[in-house]
Every structure is written in structure tokens, then in C-alpha cells.
Design a protein around this ligand. Sequence first.
Ligand SMILES: [Zn+2]
Length: 109
Amino acid sequence: MEASKTQLWSEENGVHYPLATRCAVCDRTSFPPAARCRHCTSTEVQQVRLSAAGVVEAATLMGDRQIIHVRTTDGILLLGQAVPAGRVRVGSRVRFSPVAEQMRFELDE
Ligand SMILES: [Zn+2]
């Protein structure tokens, strides 16, 4: 893993997984991945792959965009955009579907 470049996700067999770092000292997870733990500032971090599936905890329409908070099934809270906007609700199951640097999620049907 190259520490200087922040990669937000990885792809495997057509599934996109958000990437984070887990700290060996405090065992907490940082997203986006960081060379230093956001919780205790330790540099003993390792890249981990988060679940691609999650549940919407909050959703706000901003113009034609819908900003959502998603709790992944492994318990990490992510901020992103629902595509298409307006279809997801709090409690909806979504799947990670990023485009370049954009954290996008679509309804998991
Ligand atoms: Zn830590």
C-alpha cells in the first residue's frame, strides 16, 4: 500500500469495496484511509476492506442530489450520494457504487 496516495475503494469481481485503515494500537477504523490513526494518531495502521453493503441512517435532498449517511454491515459510517437521487429512505439497504472519487450508493434490490 502506498501511503501517499489515498485510494478510497477497490474493485474485485465487479464489486466495489470502500477502503479504510484499521489501527493496531486502538483497533479502531478510519475512513477515509489515513497513514495515521484518526483516533489515537498511531502510525501502526493497516488497510482494510469494508463491506460494500449498508443501511441508510440519514438522507437529505440538496437540489437534485441526495446526500446519505450509510452504516456498512461492518459498522462503519460513510457519507455519500444516493444514485439516482430520491429513491432511498432511512432504513433502505444500499450497495456501494463509486465513480472516481465520488462515494455513490445505489439501492440494493
Ligand atoms: Zn488508533
